[in-house]
Design a protein around this ligand. Structure first.
Ligand code: GLU
Length: 293
């Protein structure tokens, strides 16, 4: 089924933006708290990779999951990035302002017969490495049942090259799933390269499957190291102590923090002070950036 004109235009515009600038990257934090050093390290890597290619770097705020959003985070993310010298191109993109667009894509996918309703609970699927296809062949119904809505899953061909099961594109709580929103956004904003933390590597199969369902090619994906706390656990945005407040209250300036982040990435010796622009000169050919595809 051909996609309606207004959706086709979004894809076409994305394609043109990508062609125009060659490299278009983005940083896409969720506003669930203050950016911690791990997020900042990812932001820095993503910025360096974009700028060394002379490309553009966008800021997208993944604020669809409203119950998890924290007030002030959206502004705080922007002021922290600016303070460090990580300037983005254009206006920040707020996913919450694009809900209508995601819904149009969902309707299109549903009308194309690519989605099915699924009523499996987390408990039903516990221990399954991949969605076992339980609701694929039955009519689970799209409406309310026992005060619950179904989730909507994309039918993904068995034995697909990505090793993906059927992907949830609309959650049972009615929220658009991150996997769908991110794919629509990368396509509409012409993102050529996605640089993010290693924790999101697991999202690759699902995202590749959505690109394939839309007949589009995936951007290039790069994954950088994850910073852990002293116990080896992933940092959380809710722990403000891991953010810039602590650095600033110690009297550290941006040059100190950039030096610290860059040293964590193995780009400069510990104790180096430098600006983002100076760091960019250090990584011109990019061979020292710790990124895996
Ligand atoms: N918003 C997602 C997160 O903060 C990241 C999305 C992405 O980079 O694809 O985990």
């Amino acid at each position: 089924m051909r996609c309606p004109d207004h959706l086709f235009l979004q894809l076409d515009q994305g394609r043109r933006l990508k062609e125009r600038s060659g490299y278009r990257g983005r940083f896409a934090p969720s506003p669930t708290g203050v950016l911690h050093f791990g997020n900042l390290q990812t932001a820095l890597l993503s910025w360096l990779q974009a700028r060394r290619f002379g490309g553009e770097w966008l800021l997208r705020i993944d604020d669809l999951d409203t119950p998890r959003n924290r007030p002030q985070s959206v502004l705080r993310i922007q002021s922290d990035l600016r303070w460090l010298g990580l300037h983005w191109d254009g206006q920040p993109i707020l996913q919450s302002s694009r809900r209508g667009i995601y819904s149009s894509w969902l309707s299109f996918l549903r009308r194309s017969g690519l989605l099915f309703a699924c009523r499996c609970s987390r408990r039903d699927l516990a221990g399954e490495p991949m969605y076992p296809g339980t609701c694929r062949a039955i009519d689970a119904g799209w409406g309310w049942q026992a005060q619950r809505l179904p989730s909507w899953r994309l039918r993904v061909p068995d034995h697909n090259p990505y090793g993906s099961g059927d992907v949830v594109v609309r959650r049972a709580d009615g929220f658009i799933a991150y996997q769908l929103a991110t794919v629509i956004d990368e396509l509409s904003f012409g993102i050529s390269d996605v640089v993010r933390g290693n924790d999101l590597r697991d999202a690759l199969p699902a995202q590749h499957s959505i690109y394939a369902a839309l007949g589009q090619s995936s951007p290039r994906f790069w994954h950088g190291p994850l910073l852990c706390d002293d116990d080896g656990l992933k940092l959380s945005k809710r722990e403000a102590r891991a953010g810039l407040d602590v650095a600033r209250s110690n009297g550290d300036d941006a040059a100190h923090v950039i030096g610290q982040l860059a040293a964590g990435l193995g780009l400069v010796p510990l104790g180096t002070r430098l600006s983002t622009k100076e760091l960019l000169c250090e990584v011109r050919d990019g061979s020292n950036l710790p990124l895996d595809s």
